[in-house]
Design a protein around this ligand. Structure first.
Ligand SMILES: *Cc1c(COP(=O)(O)O)cnc(C)c1O
Length: 345
């Protein structure tokens, strides 16, 4: 097994991080803060926020079933994705392997960081072939990107296949569980203790209905979280976001209600959608969206745009020919979609 030091870029392993005023003094007892050159007026937003977001993590920890010391919070999942490249991947030397099709940011961040990105096709039914993925790795592969439930296909990847990758691959395995709240499958964040090189991503942007505040989550070993904290911007999550996150975390009742409403709508919308004459297939989904193969995705997409209904046209994505990706909306929105498509000629 490679050690975490073997996997980490030497400049990052040896980095002395920036030490900010709020890092150096952490006690709650003080009442006079003259250490950070802030304006003393206009409380509470005059103060720098907690760089490690400890209050948010303390609330999040029991909800997610992961100790606060194994949580990183970032400016969207996007920040965690970018940090994974910056921590582990030496530009023009290392590479990463990812399932395809999947979430586009893994590939974009690879390009930005000048790291070779190796997409490996899923099977036709979007299931995962662990051996094919492992065969694409070599000694310079630092990260394998998995997404379950996967975007844009919606299905959960087979747990046994993911475990095989976790056991056989020497490097970092990321499982992006942005949509796991909509799935009955056991989330991998609960198994961090078995897999020291596992990073699980979550987000406030989907079930937690807070895409606007930009708050993403990474769960990993304390050692990996320490690397994230070393490399991130000192105040990467602003105070307005932290305050709003605390409010959301106090309102789990709403979140549970949203989940059951969305799952109920999903159960009604999918069979009705599958019966449309212009729908060839609806793929099984564990998420708050579904992928559907249509007779003519481009024409149907533009027809919907003309009626003020926007879905995602995925027809140019590998394995997704003639496919639209459709988010579950309110009952009214879903009915508007069905109504419009029933009139399509
Ligand atoms: C929507 C989504 C995210 C969320 O990204 P944020 O930057 O947290 O908004 C992450 N991963 C996948 C696969 C997604 O579809």
């Amino acid at each position: 097994m490679k050690t975490l030091q073997d996997l980490t870029r030497p400049n990052i392993w040896n980095l002395t991080p920036y030490s900010c005023a709020r890092d150096e003094f952490k006690g709650r007892a003080a009442s006079v803060f003259l250490d950070a050159n802030e304006n003393p007026y206009h409380a509470p937003l005059n103060r720098y926020p907690d760089p490690l977001q400890e209050e948010v993590k303390a609330k999040l920890s029991p909800i997610k079933g992961v100790p606060a010391s194994q949580i990183f919070l970032g400016n969207g999942s996007d920040e965690a994705i970018d940090l994974i490249y910056r921590i582990f991947c030496e530009p023009r030397q290392d590479n990463v392997v990812a399932i395809a099709p999947t979430y586009g940011m893994y590939g974009v961040c690879a390009d930005i960081n000048d790291v070779e990105y190796r997409p490996v096709l899923l099977n036709e039914d979007f299931s995962l072939d662990a051996d094919r993925l492992l065969a694409a790795t070599d000694d310079h592969t630092k990260v394998i990107w998995l997404c379950s439930p996967n975007n844009p296909s919606g299905n959960s990847l087979d747990r046994k296949a993911i475990e095989k990758i976790l056991k056989e691959f020497q490097g970092i395995v990321v499982v992006d569980e942005a949509y796991s709240d909509f799935s009955a499958a056991r989330p991998f964040r609960l198994d961090l203790d078995h897999f020291p090189h596992l990073i699980v991503l979550n987000t406030f942007s989907k079930l937690w209905a807070s895409a606007a505040i930009r708050l993403g989550i990474a769960f990993a070993s304390e050692e990996i979280i320490a690397l994230f904290n070393k490399v991130k911007y000192p105040y990467n999550v602003n105070q307005l976001t932290q305050l709003q996150a605390l409010q959301v975390l106090d309102d789990l009742q709403h979140i549970n209600l949203w989940r059951s409403t969305i799952l109920n709508e999903r159960a009604h919308l999918l069979p009705a959608f599958a019966e449309l004459p212009i729908c060839r297939a609806v793929f099984p989904t564990d998420a708050n969206f579904f992928l559907a193969r249509m007779t003519d995705a481009n024409a149907i997409y533009h027809y919907l745009v003309d009626r003020g209904i926007i879905v995602r046209n995925r027809s140019r994505v590998q394995l997704c020919g003639n496919c639209l990706r459709i988010t579950i909306g309110t009952p009214q929105e879903n009915n508007a979609l069905l109504g419009a498509l029933r009139q399509y000629k």
